[in-house]
Design a protein around this ligand. Structure first.
Ligand SMILES: [Zn+2]
Length: 410
């Protein structure tokens, strides 16, 4: 049996590391609090007879041998780091679920055919080094030493240095990453971080695809003039142009599909004074979809919108493209396997997209990959109020455990 009490004990233990007075947690990647959590995990992994090592990217990996150790492993895991003032569920649930499923196999004296490897991905959150999912990027061969030295935190410490200070050996030019064929499959359990499952009173989300953002920084240059003396017909008001872009961008996503989203979440106005017409505005734009073509259509519509607003407002608009990542489709066979298992328990499930990025999106480059969501109370995440019910968590742990075991036996 999956041991709920044992799972809760680990959950409470991890929650102490970086705990805040307001009930939340700050556990930035490779910080003191993160190290405490990582050391706790390593100890538990060793006690579960796993062969534990830390790879060049700071990922903690623990291997349980199969009856044929030459076969590719089934990997399962998530991350222990958090955003500042974060919650206790994002990432943590997936790591502890992986630990619990291995202990369960030990308790039942089950030997799987394929090895099982559990993983705590290093540096999943972008909060410290400005870029998310560094551990899984590294593990999938998308990070070199130069890039690891470039990525610095607020104190100027690079990801590379932080790894060195943590006792890792980040000299990755000789490899240390995985290639297709090295893994049989990858599984991740994660909280939804959105309101959909709870809203529909469903127990589990089976993720079909992970959306990827196209991001832009727009600089709108109009003219700062006296707010009292400049007639309305003689203005180049950058904030009015920005307002048209905000509404137009929202409209593009609403008209695209249910799974399309677009957000202008960042705005800076100059000079930001009540009696001066705004002369310059910068905007941060984030457009996402799980369908690559549909996302490109939204991006094209957005660029048309920018051209139209530019010509009508008299402002000059400079567009800088920050990223344009491709959405990731997850494995159809694994989705069906999860659905069959959920049906057998008569649990309510839905196929859904993931609007947020996860380590699973990189792992999908290597091996058939599955991502399971459990409901987030009120859809809240990256916040001290983040929570999921114990019943939902344990359903997720059970589904993950059954799916991993099945995959490792085939
Ligand atoms: Zn996460």
């Amino acid at each position: 049996m999956i041991d709920t009490k044992r799972f809760q004990k680990d959950f409470r233990a991890i929650a102490q590391f970086g705990a805040l007075d307001n009930g939340g947690v700050t556990r930035l990647a490779l910080s003191k609090a993160d190290h405490e959590a990582r050391n706790y995990l390593i100890k538990q992994m060793q006690q579960a007879d796993l062969d534990v090592h830390i790879d060049p990217y700071g990922n903690i990996r623990g291997r349980r041998n199969g009856s044929d150790s030459q076969l590719p492993a089934v990997m399962v895991g998530s991350h222990l780091d958090t955003v500042p003032q974060g919650g206790h569920y994002d990432g943590i649930i997936g790591v502890l679920a992986a630990l619990e499923l291995v202990r369960h196999l030990n308790d039942e004296h089950i030997t799987t055919k394929h090895p099982i490897e559990i993983i705590d991905f290093c540096c999943e959150e972008s909060s410290r080094f400005g870029v998310a999912t560094l551990g899984s990027k590294g593990l999938t061969g998308q990070l070199n030493c130069a890039r690891m030295k470039e990525l610095c935190d607020r104190d100027g410490i690079s990801f590379y240095q932080a790894l060195l200070q943590s006792g890792c050996s980040p000299d990755v030019e000789n490899g240390g990453y995985l290639t297709p064929g090295d893994l049989k499959a990858f599984f991740e359990l994660h909280i939804e971080q959105g309101p959909v499952l709870e809203h529909h009173q469903e127990h589990l989300g089976i993720v079909e695809a992970i959306a990827a953002p196209s991001r832009f920084r727009l600089t709108i240059n109009g003219r700062s003039d006296h707010s009292g003396t400049t007639p309305m017909t003689m203005r180049q008001d950058a904030l009015v142009a920005a307002a048209q872009l905000v509404l137009g961008t929202e409209n593009i996503a609403r008209q695209s599909s249910e799974q399309s989203v677009a957000t202008i979440g960042e705005i800076h106005t100059q000079p930001n004074v009540m009696n001066v017409i705004p002369g310059s505005v910068t905007l941060g734009v984030d457009i996402r979809d799980i369908d690559g073509d549909r996302k490109q259509q939204m991006v094209a519509a957005f660029q048309n919108l920018v051209d139209t607003v530019e010509s009508q407002s008299g402002c000059r608009i400079h567009t800088e493209r920050l990223c344009d990542d491709a959405p990731v489709q997850l494995d159809g066979m694994l989705q069906q396997q999860l659905i069959d298992l959920a049906q057998a328990h008569q649990w309510r499930w839905r196929k859904m997209p993931s609007g947020a990025g996860h380590d699973a999106m990189h792992m999908a480059r290597l091996a058939p990959t599955a991502l399971i969501f459990i409901p987030s109370h009120n859809g809240i995440s990256h916040n001290v109020a983040e929570s999921s019910s114990l019943e939902d968590i344990m359903r997720g742990v059970t589904l993950l455990s059954e799916a991993v075991q099945q995959s490792a036996q085939e």
